[in-house]
Write a protein that binds this ligand. Structure first.
Ligand code: SF4
Length: 385
């Protein structure tokens, strides 16, 4: 490699991040080193299991740990769990953003999903709800993340942009930045996630061009099981970080609970490789063939058999590796229905049954013992054995 290319590579691997800095307790995000974070995959009210998640992530060197909160009972559990670590904590609020005030004393950051604000207080606008969240965050010295996800876009953006997820995601994120700016709240960052790394790259590039001042949390959502989940994530991170885009990262992997620390380890490895200019090219055809999308699990997982089911699906469909079909395996109703809409075949889990879908059409609901044969019957219609 000529000197010129080596210099270019060095410049790319040291691309300057120009975003403003935000405070998340003792952690600074933006304008400096990239923070590596992850999320507990277990039910928040299962104190033993979730404390173990925190322990594993802290031991792996997490800069920030996120916990999902959906109810007052989750908040009570959080009040205990937050004493288990010195690592800054963040909570993930979906439909129940109104719990922001209740969780505030126990954490340093709140992630809200603009795509799930419409479920409650229907008389209020998204702008009013964002203003309220900013007020709570300011009062308790918290940071906010505007967490946009292709599997849960707000209805008005879906209507406006149809299948153009990138435009819908970017517009939704920019609008919510405007809502927080309007009330002079600046301690926030944004994430824009899709399960396709190519769309993650495009969306974050477009957002960074529109709002170069706002720090970005990077992630490929539902990237799935290793090694594919790691490769998909690396593709997006290499492209974006080499352009100076990205201030904190989360590697979403579907792994057994005891391996949760792998997300941090992989994140640090990818950053170290980029820093050293070790970029991995994307093998031709990588995006061809069977694509399994699976979420990393969190407190909302309806049944802990979910991870085993995802691994069984991967094993059972291996014979179809050369065929361009996408199968989504999701742990619950939050991103399950949306993410499975765009897949050829999709599973989203309930407490005792699993919903099988073909694109947006629901085929049926099956027990955890009968879902795999039901899925395989559909796969074999697409790819005869
Ligand atoms: S789909 Fe549900 S269980 Fe899976 S990570 Fe998302 S919210 Fe959690």
């Amino acid at each position: 490699m000529g000197a010129q290319n080596a210099e270019k590579l060095h410049a790319m691997s040291h691309a300057k991040r120009t975003t403003r800095s935000i405070r998340v307790g003792r952690l600074t995000i933006g304008g400096g080193p990239i923070a590596v974070q992850s999320m507990a995959a277990t039910r928040t009210q299962d104190l033993v299991a979730t404390r173990r998640q925190i322990e594993l992530l802290e031991a792996a060197g997490a800069d920030l740990i996120r916990i999902a909160i959906d109810s007052k009972a989750d908040v009570e559990a959080l009040a205990i769990l937050c004493q288990a670590t010195e690592v800054p904590l963040s909570v993930d609020l979906q439909e129940n953003y109104r719990l922001a005030e209740a969780v505030a004393p126990y954490v340093q950051k709140v992630r809200y999903n603009p795509g799930h604000l419409h479920h409650h207080e229907k008389s209020k606008t998204a702008r009013e709800k964002a203003h309220w969240l900013a007020g709570v965050a300011r009062e308790h010295n918290l940071a906010l993340r505007i967490g946009c996800n292709a599997g849960s876009l707000a209805p008005e953006y879906l209507e406006r942009h149809g299948h153009d997820n990138v435009s819908a995601l970017v517009e939704q994120a920019v609008d919510h930045c405007g809502y927080l700016d309007e009330v002079g709240f600046e301690n926030y960052l944004v994430s824009i996630k899709d399960s396709d790394p190519r769309l993650v790259i495009e969306a974050n590039q477009r957002f960074a061009a529109a709002r170069p001042d706002v720090p970005l949390h990077l992630g490929v959502t539902e990237a799935g099981m290793p090694p594919d989940g790691i490769i998909k994530t690396r593709i997006a991170f290499e492209q974006l970080i080499a352009q100076g885009i990205g201030d904190t990262i989360r590697v979403s992997l579907t792994v057994p609970f005891e391996n949760k620390g792998l997300e941090i380890q992989v994140g640090r490895e990818i950053l170290a490789d980029i820093e050293a200019g070790r970029f991995r090219s994307v093998p031709k055809g990588f995006f061809d063939g069977l694509n399994i999308i699976a979420c990393p699990s969190c407190s909302r997982v309806e049944n802990e058999k979910f991870i085993e089911l995802a691994e069984d699906v991967k094993r059972a469909t291996a014979y179809a590796a050369e065929h361009d079909i996408t199968i989504a395996v999701m742990g619950c109703r939050v991103n399950g229905p949306g993410e499975t809409d765009d897949a050829d075949l999709g599973l989203w889990c309930g407490p005792t049954t699993v919903n099988l879908k073909k694109g947006p059409e629901t085929i049926g609901s099956y027990s955890y013992d009968t879902i795999l044969p039901a899925l395989m019957a559909e796969v074999e219609k697409l790819v005869p054995q």
